[in-house]
Design a protein around this ligand. Structure first.
Ligand code: 5GP
Ligand code: MG
Length: 175
């Protein structure tokens, strides 16, 4: 596995995000909604660097492969009430952008005062939607990455660094 971002670099990226968010919202109360499961590590590190009164909720998405695009299912039961609130939607990575766009659309319909989004990673050149998250810690090349919350088949989320998964890391499909 090739390390793309080490622990120190990740921490610096999260510091940058937190600084931008603190400067944008000041003392105004903020609601953070994280997309499960990939955003859990980012959420835990980021919210401890935020200084305003904060509420934290989560939303779960799952996409069913098998059909071309994989229809997205959104479970928003644990999202918190966001009507009349300033809200930031948090995810691990902005790839095609389809996931965050759909979740953001659902959230807008619930009447937040404002809705922005923050991601750890934006994968260069992969986007299929025109909008971009307001807060991005790192632009990364188009490679499949794991660690710091991101998985491959539900593993590797606990790696404290971000690594590119290479064919040699996948014994079952390398032959
Ligand atoms: P999008 O809808 O933006 O294409 O994809 C968003 C989701 O796809 C992310 O939340 C993440 O779960 C998954 N994803 C996209 N690229 C990667 C990647 O390089 N590594 C991992 N582990 N997941 C990814
Ligand atoms: Mg995800």
């Amino acid at each position: 596995m090739k390390i793309l971002l080490n622990e120190k670099q990740l921490n610096e990226g999260v510091e940058r995000l937190a600084k931008e968010i603190n400067e944008t919202y000041g003392d105004k109360p903020l609601t953070i909604v994280g997309v499960l499961t990939g955003s859990v590590i980012l959420m835990a590190d980021l919210i401890r660097k935020l200084e305003m009164p904060l509420r934290v909720g989560v939303v779960q998405t799952s996409s069913y492969q098998g059909t071309d695009r994989g229809a997205l299912t959104i479970n928003a039961e644990m999202m918190l009430d966001i009507a009349g609130r300033d809200v930031i939607l948090i995810d691990d990575i902005f790839d095609t952008g389809n996931t965050l766009e759909e979740v953001a659309q659902l959230m807008k319909d619930l009447g937040p005062t404002s809705l922005k989004s923050a991601v750890l990673l934006l994968k260069t050149g992969r986007q299929q939607v025109t909008w971009r998250p307001e807060f991005v810690a790192f632009d990364i090349p188009d490679e499949f990455v794991v660690g710091y919350g991101l998985d491959f088949n539900d593993e590797y989320r606990n790696l404290p660094y971000l690594a590119c998964l290479e064919p040699s890391d996948l014994p079952s499909i390398s032959n």
